[in-house]
Design a protein around this ligand. Structure first.
Ligand code: RIB
Length: 299
């Protein structure tokens, strides 16, 4: 099995369950509040580890109980957390997540130590980049660090997967060049391209724009509908299984991790997309980020 390295964020999620998402100026009464390990990077590492992958996580946490709990959770599913740097005097990243009765959420991030993941820190991860086969990143750490790590990995011929979330509008030159897969949802693709993404034609055009920027494959996830895989020779739709969603938090992270895990086992792209959809369709039926992720026996 190939090795997967995740470079990215770790957050402690404070999850508020509410009947509906409050409007500006409105006060509502919540139903429950829970602390759940999260962060897009850590969720991907946790999912790939829980599903049986050979996984290493690199990122940063604070010298606090959230940092300890996040690392312990990853270790429990066999993730190698050795490269995670502990920074004193900066709190571990946090996310405040509001989830409504329909499973829709809104997320506010406090970057904490995720904002301190510098290129210098990433330099100390060179041996992990050299010894991995597949690299996964997201956009919750500084963009120049993502670019630096991506360039190292591309030059070494690694398979690079980027989850462009949270999506941004501005990127440094050469940012997209050489990335093997990006996995935006419709909203993220719309932010990346500055165009509406609401029809099949829009999705293909938006994905093609990302191919023109240097990405080799674009997987556009469409929630309960399924996803599109677009590259220079394929434009293929994969329908999703119908499930009753209770919380969509980390569904995209599960997809990315499961897709990478299937590739690490030597499966084809199509098989990997189907596996990604299968794992995320289970995750949305459960509450929380890492608490919602299934293990291999459940599949
Ligand atoms: O993708 C879900 C994740 O986004 C949450 O766990 C939260 O920490 C934010 O990073």
């Amino acid at each position: 099995m190939k090795r997967i390295l995740i470079v990215g964020s770790l957050n402690m999620d404070t999850v508020l369950e509410v009947p509906y998402l409050p409007r500006a100026g409105e006060t509502i009464t919540g139903k429950n509040i829970t602390l759940i390990p999260g962060g897009k990077g850590a969720n991907q590492a946790y999912a790939a580890g829980k599903l049986g992958g050979d996984v290493v996580m690199a990122g940063a946490v604070g010298d606090d109980s959230f940092g300890d709990r996040l690392r312990a959770n990853l270790k429990e599913v066999g993730v190698n957390t050795t490269p995670i740097v502990e920074i004193s005097g900066v709190p571990t990243g946090q996310a405040y997540i509001i989830v409504d009765d329909n499973g829709e959420n809104s997320i506010t991030l406090i970057r904490g130590t995720n904002g301190e993941v510098t290129c210098k820190m990433a330099e100390s991860w060179k041996k992990y980049i050299e010894t991995c086969d597949i690299l996964i990143m997201q956009l919750e750490i500084p963009l120049d660090t993502v670019l630096y790590v991506k360039n190292l990995a591309v030059n070494l011929g690694k398979t690079v997967i980027l989850d462009p979330a949270p999506a941004k509008k501005e990127f440094p030159d050469g940012f997209w060049q050489g990335i093997d897969y990006i996995k935006p949802n419709e909203t993220e693709l719309s932010i990346l391209t500055g165009k509406a993404i609401d029809t099949k034609e829009n999705i293909i055009n938006g994905a093609s724009e990302m191919l023109d920027k240097g990405v080799k494959n674009v997987i556009v996830t469409l929630g309960e509908k399924g996803c599109f895989l677009v590259n220079r020779s394929v434009q293929k739709f994969f329908p999703a299984e119908k499930v009753k969603a209770v919380d969509t938090t980390a569904a995209g992270d599960c997809f990315t991790a499961a897709f990478a895990l299937a590739l690490s086992r030597g499966e084809t792209e199509d098989e990997a997309v189907n596996f990604g959809q299968k794992v995320s369709s289970i995750a949305v039926t459960r509450k929380g980020a890492q608490t919602s992720i299934p293990d291999a026996s459940e599949l």
